[in-house]
Design a protein around this ligand. Structure first.
Ligand SMILES: *[C@@H]1O[C@H](CO)[C@@H](O)[C@H](O)[C@H]1NC(C)=O
Ligand SMILES: *[C@@H]1O[C@H](CO)[C@@H](O)[C@H](O)[C@H]1NC(C)=O
Ligand SMILES: *[C@@H]1O[C@H](CO)[C@@H](O)[C@H](O)[C@H]1NC(C)=O
Ligand SMILES: *[C@@H]1O[C@H](CO)[C@@H](O)[C@H](O)[C@H]1NC(C)=O
Ligand SMILES: *[C@@H]1O[C@H](CO)[C@@H](O)[C@H](O)[C@H]1NC(C)=O
Ligand SMILES: *[C@@H]1O[C@H](CO)[C@@H](O)[C@H](O)[C@H]1NC(C)=O
Ligand SMILES: *[C@@H]1O[C@H](CO)[C@@H](O)[C@H](O)[C@H]1NC(C)=O
Ligand SMILES: *[C@@H]1O[C@H](CO)[C@@H](O)[C@H](O)[C@H]1NC(C)=O
Ligand SMILES: *[C@@H]1O[C@H](CO)[C@@H](O)[C@H](O)[C@H]1NC(C)=O
Length: 495
């Protein structure tokens, strides 16, 4: 009996010594912080110096034996030049999650290699610098997130081979990592990955065919790198993908045959590459929410099927060589916000229903060959901020209320064959800063109500059929810096 009691007492003593070591390690982290902003004071209020256990500290979790299993200090804005990772890792043997993202933590991270039981290591959005240590002791990692830091030198790609359970790998936005000459193959061995964020990580070479082995990927982000060559056909095996970001690389060739198998894709951005060929493969991606393909060399027609896409809210295709007509029901289903198809060779009418749900902000279609009139539907699109259809083949009168849209900052109708007058309602265009009407057949007078457009900075009505006097009221537009009236039948002087 006495022996049992003694044993219990000893166990309790050992536990409390261990507990004290855990408290000390956690408080050592707090003491290392040189800045705890006032907003974070509440978070740290429970982190008492005299505590016998850290299990009640905000942001911490413990197991049933009172050992710390998680330290999570997210977005508290705390700052230091040195986090005592070695002490934390050595003193918290049960630690499985260390998450310190979105702070101002700096210094090296060498000590994290001692945290061998970690399932999650999240150090993203901090100022950590120095090399990324060999992480192969962290065999149980499921989440490794070191995006947006100042870590430098070579990334230890080989360490990844010991992390068989990794589901999230985020190493992007690390501009100081050494450039790679090839795509790190180790990454494509991690077949449990659901998210791979490797944008802006100085990755070079071609996307390897083995990318197709990552069949569990939901999100694949490889943008802002130095990737070359074609998008490999094997990418079409990634049928769970919802997001694919490839923008700002030097990818060439066509979208591979079978790309249309990626039926769950919602967010596709392959802008700023040298991709060519048609958009035909994209006709079956019915879940698309946003589509960014600007600055490429795509040719051919926009698939008519896009007109039936129920989730589409944004489409950016500017600076390609697209021809043919846009689907007339484009943008009519979801809360459509933006279209930019400028600088292509598109023709036919402007689709009339892109503001059907009353959410359109930007309609940018300049430098094409669109014809017909501006659909009357846009005259009631009160959300519109930018309406730019210059250098097309549009004609007819401009719908009266288009002049009066309350949030419109830019109205650019230049270089078409528009006729009729400039609407008096322009006085109600309270947000209008730039008005480009040059090179059309506008007639009548410049309405004196223009003087009420108090935010107007630029007005260019040159080369039209305008007549009468330049209204003196324009002197009330105190922000006006550019005014062009040449090539009309106007009289009087610029006030
Ligand atoms: C944690 O907080 C609860 C409630 O405030 C308290 O009852 C308990 O004793 C505390 N535990 C420790 C180990 O401090
Ligand atoms: C994926 O995870 C499972 C379960 O953790 C594991 O058994 C398997 O080995 C992992 N796959 C790979 C390729 O490592
Ligand atoms: C990495 O961490 C940041 C900051 O918490 C988070 O926003 C981001 O989504 C994470 N990346 C991945 C791929 O989970
Ligand atoms: C393209 O990516 C490079 C490398 O990350 C970056 O420096 C550059 O600013 C990016 N360009 C654009 C237009 O975003
Ligand atoms: C596309 O190719 C042209 C000519 O080959 C090259 O000048 C340009 O930099 C390339 N653009 C990109 C984004 O790789
Ligand atoms: C479009 O085609 C013209 C003529 O074929 C070519 O000069 C131009 O570079 C192409 N533009 C793009 C963005 O590929
Ligand atoms: C513009 O489209 C019309 C048909 O609407 C066509 O006749 C004309 O050739 C096209 N012009 C250019 C420059 O593509
Ligand atoms: C106009 O812009 C303001 C300020 O951005 C916004 O609050 C308002 O909802 C907008 N109006 C419409 C009709 O979208
Ligand atoms: C403008 O459109 C008309 C038909 O509406 C067409 O006949 C004409 O060729 C087009 N002009 C240009 C320059 O493409």
């Amino acid at each position: 009996m006495a022996a049992n009691l003694l044993l219990l007492y000893l166990l309790a003593a050992v536990a409390s010594i261990a507990g004290a070591a855990e408290v000390n390690a956690v408080l050592a982290f707090k003491r290392a912080l040189v800045t705890i902003p006032p907003e974070a004071a509440g978070f740290f209020a429970t982190w008492h110096d005299g505590a016998t256990s850290p299990c009640n500290f905000t942001g911490l979790a413990c197991d049933s034996r009172g050992r710390v299993t998680a330290v999570s200090v997210r977005g508290q804005g705390v700052a230091t030049d040195s986090v005592p990772f070695d002490k934390i890792c050595a003193s918290l043997p049960a630690l499985t999650a260390l998450a310190l993202p979105e702070n101002a933590l700096a210094g090296d991270i060498a000590g994290v290699a001692l945290c061998t039981n970690l399932h999650e290591l999240t150090l993203s959005f901090n100022g950590f610098s120095g090399p990324v240590p060999n992480l192969s002791p962290l065999k149980n990692l499921r989440i490794l997130n070191i995006s947006s830091t100042s870590l430098a030198g070579p990334f230890p790609w080989k360490s990844l081979l010991s992390m068989r359970d990794l589901t999230v790998l985020a190493v992007g936005d690390n501009p100081f990592l050494d450039p790679t000459s090839t795509f790190p193959d180790e990454v494509t061995k991690l077949t449990n990955l659901t998210a791979l964020y490797m944008s802006a990580a100085n990755i070079g070479g071609a996307i390897p065919p083995s990318i197709g082995d990552l069949v569990n990927l939901v999100d694949l982000e490889l943008a802002d790198n130095n990737l070359v060559g074609a998008i490999p056909p094997e990418i079409t095996k990634l049928t769970n993908l919802r997001g694919l970001q490839l923008y700002n690389n030097s990818l060439t060739g066509q979208l591979p045959a079978g790309f249309g198998n990626l039926k769950k894709l919602q967010y596709l951005d392959a802008s700023m590459n040298n991709l060519t060929g048609s958009l035909f493969e994209l006709r079956s991606l019915t879940q698309l929410v946003s589509l960014y393909l600007f600055f490429n060399g795509f040719t051919g027609h926009v698939p008519q099927e896009w007109g039936e896409f129920k989730e589409l809210v944004a489409i950016f295709l500017y600076s390609n060589n697209l021809t043919g007509e846009l689907p007339q029901s484009l943008g009519s289903w979801a809360q459509f916000s933006s279209i930019d198809v400028s600088t292509n060779a598109l023709s036919g009418p402007i689709p009339p229903d892109m503001c059907k749900q009353g959410t359109l902000l930007k309609l940018l279609m300049r430098d094409n060959n669109f014809s017909g009139e501006i659909p009357a539907t846009y005259a009631s699109c009160k959300t519109l901020q930018r309406f730019r259809v210059s250098k097309n083949n549009l004609s007819g009168d401009v719908p009266e209320e288009l002049w009066a849209l309350p949030n419109l900052t830019l109205l650019d109708l230049a270089g078409n064959q528009f006729t009729g007058g400039i609407g008096d309602g322009v006085a109600r265009a309270a947000a209008l800063t730039e008005l480009y009407l040059a090179g059309n057949g506008f007639t009548g007078v410049i309405p004196p109500s223009i003087g009420a457009v108090s935010n107007l900075e630029v007005i260019d009505v040159s080369s039209n059929e305008l007549s009468g006097a330049i209204p003196t009221s324009i002197a009330s537009c105190s922000k006006l810096r550019t005014a062009k009236f040449a090539g009309n039948k106007l009289s009087g002087v610029i006030p």
